[in-house]
Design a protein around this ligand. Structure first.
Ligand SMILES: [Zn+2]
Ligand SMILES: [Zn+2]
Length: 61
């Protein structure tokens, strides 16, 4: 039986987690995914490219 609480799915391995926090923790440990945080507003991104794009659009950097 699958719990409704486990609604956060890992795209890499299909594992389910109760919160995005747990999912991020898992991704970092199991798949070596690093998160890139915006220095201006703290939003996190999965790739440096996304972060750069956000910086340009949101902060004009
Ligand atoms: Zn995974
Ligand atoms: Zn930002």
């Amino acid at each position: 039986m699958i719990s409704d609480l486990m609604s956060y799915k890992c795209n890499a391995c299909g594992g389910s987690f109760p919160s995005q926090d747990e999912l991020m923790k898992h991704a970092g440990q199991a798949h070596g995914k690093q998160s890139y945080n915006c220095k201006a507003c703290g939003t996190s991104f999965n790739s440096e490219q996304e972060l750069m794009q956000h910086g340009k659009q949101a902060h004009g950097m």
